[in-house]
Each structure stands twice: as C-alpha cells, then as structure tokens.
Write a protein that binds this ligand. Structure first.
Ligand SMILES: N[C@@H](CCC(=O)N[C@@H](CSS)C(=O)NCC(=O)O)C(=O)O
Length: 285
C-alpha cells in the first residue's frame, strides 16, 4: 500500500469516527448531526428476471415530450401491442411494426395524456386492423375499454390491467407478470411520480395506488414509465421503494411535496386533452 493511500484511509477513518460521535451526542440537535440521507443506496439487489426468448420488447423515445412508447410482441405468432404512442412518431412506430413483420393488435394508452397528442388515432389509419384501447375510467374514446383485473392478450403473452389513479383518475398500469415488467404511465416515474395538480389528480390517491398496486409487485419487477426527463430508462420496484425521493416519505409529507411542486402547466395541455379524448384525431372509421 502506498503512503498516499494509507494516509487517505487514516483521514477517512477519522471522518467516520467523528460522524459516529456526533450522531450519538444528545447535545447536538438533529440538524447538526451527520446526515446519512444523501448516502442512501441499495446495499443488496434482487436477482434480475430475463425476458423470455419469444418476447419482443422495444423502448422508443420522443425527445420533444420525453415520452417512452413501448412495442411488445410475441415473436412466434407476431401479435404485437404498442403502449403510449406519440402523434409525431407515428411513422417511426408504424415502420418498426412493418419492418419486423408484426401484426399490431392493440394501440393502447396508460391514460389520457396532457402533454402530447397520442398517436393512436393516426396509427389506426396507417396500420389497418389494429384497435385502440384505454381504461373505461379514462373517459376517452376507444375501440376497447378495459377494467381493472382484465387482461390484454397478444399471442402467448398478456398484460394485467391494474387501476392506478392519482395522476389522472383513469390511469392504469399494465403488468406482464411472466416477464417481470410493468408499464406505469405517469403513476410512478424513475425517482419521481406524475404530478397531481390537474385532470382529477390527487396525491393521496396516487400514493395509495403506488403502495397497493405497484410496490406490492415483486421487488425485482422492472418498471417502465411513460416519461423520463433525466435520461433514465428503467427502474425496479425495489429501487423505487428504497430510493424514490417522494414516495419513501409518509403520506402527509408526500401530499405536502406534491401540493408545492409549482410546475408550469404542460405547454400542449389545451390541445392535447381534448384531442386525446377522441383518440388523438377525430376517428371517422
Ligand atoms: N414540460 C412539459 C411537461 C412536464 C410535466 O408536467 N410532466 C408531467 C407528466 S406529462 S402530464 C409530470 O407529471 N411531471 C412530474 C414531475 O415531477 O416533473 C411540457 O410542457 O409538456
């Protein structure tokens, strides 16, 4: 061991010893004590669940709205579903479906989005035969309305519909149990969650949805959100249970945080919500 390493280890030992003494001293108030909060991290990690070889998964990004669209398919039967498409990316999405020789069964949304217009209506025109799908509770028009507990089937695979209101009253999470993955829309984001200040948003309802419907999934289930604003792509139940800066708080603290986010309204809200109520475009089929 070099002298420099030895000396740094001695210094680190000193810091840790001082921190331990400070944290035990009753005369030092809680704000002066060594704050371990910022060193919170996973010390162990649950084993990873691999996707089965007949399960196609593609995550695609729209840089303007920071939306993720997901293409899932059964590679044997070729049946596919597309989750949360964006109007401006319809040609990209239809192109991937065509290139891979897939048969698009459902174009589905996790909720009625407020920040972008869904690509659903236009995809129905460009990819004949596919059906639009959204929750009954969303209040949006679609060919198929799903209820909590129902399954969306494509080939040998299926997604369970879980009701996760709070960001909007009609939000759902689609869970593929056999692959250990869930599509959470805006209910839970990576180290964040959907805002609750419009479209019947309610922080207490969102908190309950997350704890009852998402954190009740196995720790190693991967969570795929509808947005990320920091370049992250995927998280796990375990990570969010332990590291989510909002959802690791008590219900009261969470409500306080959500009621004071003071975010500007999404720029497209006034056009997106009415358009998404009718599948993104007036559907004249
Ligand atoms: N700047 C964007 C809108 C960003 C935003 O409000 N995102 C929503 C999800 S889309 S309605 C959200 O819930 N964000 C949570 C957060 O903590 O950021 C725009 O103008 O479109």
């Amino acid at each position: 061991m070099t002298h420099a390493i030895q000396s740094n280890l001695v210094k680190l030992g000193g810091h840790l010893a001082r921190a331990a003494v400070l944290s035990q001293n009753p005369r030092i108030n809680r704000f002066q004590r060594f704050n371990w909060g910022h060193v919170r991290r996973l010390t162990t990690m649950s084993s990873q669940i691999p996707l089965s070889s007949d399960f196609l998964f593609r995550q695609m990004f729209d840089p303007t709205s920071c939306t993720y669209t997901y293409l899932l398919a059964d590679t044997e039967s070729k049946e596919a579903v597309l989750i949360d498409p964006v109007l401006e990316q319809v040609d990209r999405d239809a192109g991937v479906v065509r290139d891979l020789g897939l048969s698009l069964k459902f174009v589905m949304n996790t909720h009625m989005h407020a920040d972008h217009i869904t690509g659903t209506g236009l995809l129905k025109k460009k990819v004949p035969g596919c059906k639009s799908l959204i929750s009954e509770a969303s209040g949006a028009m679609a060919d198929v309305h799903v209820e909590p507990g129902e399954e969306v089937k494509f080939g040998q695979h299926k997604l369970e519909v879980r009701s996760t209101p709070g960001h909007t009253s009609g939000c759902v999470t689609y869970v593929c149990h056999e692959q250990g993955i869930a599509f959470t829309g805006d209910t839970i984001l990576i180290r964040g969650c959907g805002r609750t200040d419009f479209q019947e948003g309610d922080p207490a309802v969102l908190y309950k949805s997350v704890y009852e419907q998402i954190f009740s999934l196995p720790d190693n289930f991967k969570l795929y959100p509808a947005h990320d604003y920091k370049g992250l792509m995927v998280t796990t139940v375990e990570e969010e249970k332990k590291l989510n800066p909002r959802l690791t708080k008590s219900l009261d603290q969470f409500i306080e945080i959500m009621n004071n986010l003071n975010l500007p309204y999404p720029k497209k809200i006034d056009v997106a919500v009415p358009a998404n109520r009718v599948c993104g475009i007036q559907d004249d089929n």
